[in-house]
Design a protein around this ligand. Structure first.
Ligand code: HEC
Length: 140
C-alpha cells in the first residue's frame, strides 16, 4: 500500500514537468512572433523596389556629404529640404551638380566637387529617389 503510493508520486513527476514545459513554450511563442515581423526602421530601406538602384547610387556617391536618406552632414546640405524641391532645383540642377560640381552659394559647406563617375542615367535614378524622399517628408 505504502509502496504503491510512492510509485504514483514518482510517476507524476514527468507529467508535471511536461505540463510546465508546454506552458513555457506557449508563453514564449507569442513573444517570439511579435518580434519576428520584418519592419524596416531606416528611411533608406523603405524605398520602393523601383527606387532601390537610385538609392544605392545615392548612398555610394552622394551620402558622404548629403547624408543617408539625404538629411545632410557636416560636409554638405540636406537635399530633403525645400530649397531643393522640384520648382526650385529641377532635375537639371542635379545633372549640372554631378557633371560640373557646385560653387558654394546656398550654404557654408564649401563647393561640391563634380561627381563624374555617375552618368546622366545614374543621376536620373538618384533624382527619382530624392524626389521620393522629399515627397515622404511633405516638402512638395
Ligand atoms: C564632397 C561632398 C559632396 C558630395 C560627394 C556630393 N555633394 Fe552635392 N553638394 C555639396 C555641397 C557642399 C553643396 C552645397 C553648395 C552650396 O553652397 O550651394 C551641394 C549641392 C548640391 C546640389 C544643389 C545644386 C545647386 O544648384 O544649388 C545638388 C542638386 C547636389 N549637391 C546633388 C548631389 C548629388 C546628386 C551627389 C551625388 C552624385 C552629390 N551632390 C554629391 C557637397 C557634395
Amino acid at each position: 500500500m505504502n509502496q504503491t503510493n510512492q510509485m504514483s508520486t514518482t510517476m507524476k513527476m514527468p507529467q508535471i514537468l511536461g505540463v510546465s514545459f508546454i506552458a513555457f513554450l506557449l508563453s514564449t511563442a507569442p513573444a517570439c512572433s511579435q518580434s519576428e515581423p520584418p519592419s524596416p526602421q531606416g528611411v533608406a530601406s523603405l524605398a520602393p523596389a523601383e527606387l532601390r538602384d537610385g538609392e544605392q547610387k545615392f548612398t555610394a556617391n552622394c551620402s558622404a556629404c548629403h547624408g543617408a536618406g539625404g538629411v545632410g552632414t557636416k560636409q554638405g546640405p540636406p537635399l530633403v529640404h525645400k530649397v531643393y524641391e522640384p520648382n526650385h532645383h529641377g532635375d537639371a540642377a542635379f545633372q549640372r551638380a554631378a557633371a560640373n560640381g557646385v560653387k558654394s552659394h546656398h550654404w557654408q559647406f564649401g563647393d561640391m566637387p563634380k561627381i563624374d563617375v555617375v552618368k546622366p542615367d545614374d543621376v536620373e535614378q538618384i533624382v527619382q529617389y530624392i524626389r521620393w524622399l522629399q515627397k515622404q517628408a511633405g516638402i512638395f
